[in-house]
Write a protein that binds this ligand. Structure first.
Ligand code: GDP
Ligand code: IMO
Ligand code: MG
Length: 440
């Protein structure tokens, strides 16, 4: 870890940062949009979550499925940053960097905040044990230790990335944490205790030397970059309705993907952010348990899953599909001050004669145009749909708005009208070049 001296003299005017945030339950195509926008950026920062994320980028037919490494990594001019709000399994990080290097991607610029928390072996054990304990009430987590790692952070018994640089502190903290974890694992969950020496050897002996050169004062680095007029993008993982505070609790992740989380998780203040790009799939998917008002089943579900390849990037789980929910989208716009929307996977809807978008809910005989405050109500709402004409054409080659059929343009107009902000991109395929840019 380098100790920075005084900041360099500013080279240009301070430029506000951009946030990319998912507006649904994840897998909206944040990776692709981040990669797309990264062309004009200097820094791409992950601000929350961990390797529960799976962000896919397709370049020249080659698939990259990123978990922890920010989606800007594919560009040689980008500095990818793992911010303080992320939880990091150093073994996953090292393996991901090695895999990228094998594909010819240079990861040497990647830096990690020393304040980010470490995912430890007992976090996986507890994640799995808790899910088993919950039985039919389980959340369907990615079993990556995310919840237990954030719980330890909040309980103030977490280990941080910077602890890898101080053997004494690391061992002290591990000893305290593991005593409690082993007691819980053995006495509550009837699991075997984990060995302190083995964990210390793995983290300090094997992983610390590989991670240490990347540990940096990322808050200082980002502010110096902003001062120097550099473009910074903050890449959300998960999504609005998986947000610990604003999502469909308890069927959520344990961090704050909404744009407020971008400030906390990177150390950039709210006045330094002006552009918030909300990513909305043209339909909705959800992995794991939890309410989903517009969920569909039967043949339509199979069709969306197969055409959209709706299987988890990392876990391989089949995603639950449903129609686009504009009630949720409107609320997501409010929660994150979203300034524009990118609609992805418009191509997947081709050839459906009729399309539905949910414009309101009905519960107990009452029409609701907002997400109900009481979640029990959300669990039993019936969607009120507006039906739109579909289109026959294959959109995958479209590059301009004029190349989209009129019905697809109407679809995008309806989204913009209900969201209250412009739609600025429409995704028409997984490839980096497969998008249509719309006027703001
Ligand atoms: P993320 O987690 O939000 O980054 O999204 P994922 O990568 O988990 O899932 C999105 C999937 O859709 C990936 O397989 C992408 O390659 C793919 N994808 C992204 N945008 C589009 C699009 O516009 N059309 C199609 N057909 N696929 C897309
Ligand atoms: P990206 O960034 C979709 C879901 C899990 C589960 C819940 C809690 O690729 O959009 P966790 O392991 O975080 O404790 O699981 O959150 N989940 C995701 N669903 N996309 C993701 O990430 C997700 N990350 C977590 O399926 O329901
Ligand atoms: Mg994903």
């Amino acid at each position: 870890m380098t100790v920075p001296g005084d900041a360099a003299e500013p080279e240009g005017a301070r430029v506000p940062a951009t946030v990319v945030v998912g507006t649904q339950w994840g897998d909206e195509g944040k990776g692709k949009l981040t990669d797309l926008l990264a062309k004009d950026m200097h820094f791409v920062v992950r601000y929350q979550g961990g390797h529960n994320a799976g962000h896919t980028i397709v370049v020249g037919g080659e698939h990259f499925a990123l978990k922890l490494v920010p989606s800007g990594v594919l560009y040689p001019h980008i500095v990818p940053v793992i911010g303080n709000g992320v939880v990091v399994d150093p073994a996953v990080l090292v393996a991901e960097c090695e895999a990228l290097e094998r594909c010819g991607v240079d990861t040497s610029r990647l830096v990690i905040s020393g304040d980010a928390h470490l995912i430890m072996p007992y976090h996986y054990e507890i994640d799995r044990a808790t899910e088993r304990y919950l039985g039919r009430q389980k959340l369907g987590t990615t079993k990556s230790g995310i919840g237990p790692a954030y719980a330890d952070k909040a309980s103030r018994i977490g280990l941080r990335v910077q602890d890898l640089l101080d053997e004494k502190i690391f061992r002290q903290k591990l000893s305290v944490a593991l005593r409690e974890k082993n007691a819980v694992l053995a006495k509550v969950y009837n699991r075997l205790a984990l060995d302190e020496g083995e964990i210390a050897e793995r983290y300090l002996g094997e992983l610390a030397p590989l991670v240490a050169p990347r540990i940096a004062d990322t808050v200082g680095l980002l502010h110096d970059a902003l001062d120097a007029g550099r473009n910074v993008m903050l890449e959300g993982a998960q999504a609005t309705y998986l947000d610990l505070d604003h999502g469909t609790y308890p069927f959520v992740t344990s961090s704050n993907p909404t744009a407020g989380g971008a400030c906390v998780g990177s150390g950039i203040g709210p006045r330094d952010i002006t552009r918030v790009v909300g990513i909305a799939k043209a339909y909705v998917t959800r992995v794991g348990a939890g309410p989903f008002p517009t969920e569909v089943d039967g043949g339509l579900a199979d069709l969306l899953v197969e055409r959209g390849h709706e299987y988890g990037t990392n876990t391989g789980r089949r995603r639950r599909p449903g129609w686009l929910d504009l009630v949720l989208l409107r609320h997501a716009v409010r929660l994150s001050s979203i300034s524009e929307i990118a609609v992805t996977k418009l191509d997947v809807l081709s050839k459906l004669a009729k399309l539905k978008v949910c414009v309101a809910y009905e519960a107990d005989g009452v029409r609701l145009s907002r997400v109900p405050y009481h979640q029990s109500v959300l669990h039993r709402v019936t969607p009120i749909y507006e039906e739109l004409d579909g289109w026959e054409e294959d959109l995958s080659g479209a590059t301009e708005l004029g190349e989209l059929p009129p019905a697809a343009r109407v679809f995008l107009e309806v989204v913009a009208r209900h969201a209250g902000v412009p739609v600025t991109f429409a995704g028409v395929g997984p490839g980096r070049e497969q998008f249509v840019r719309l006027a703001a």
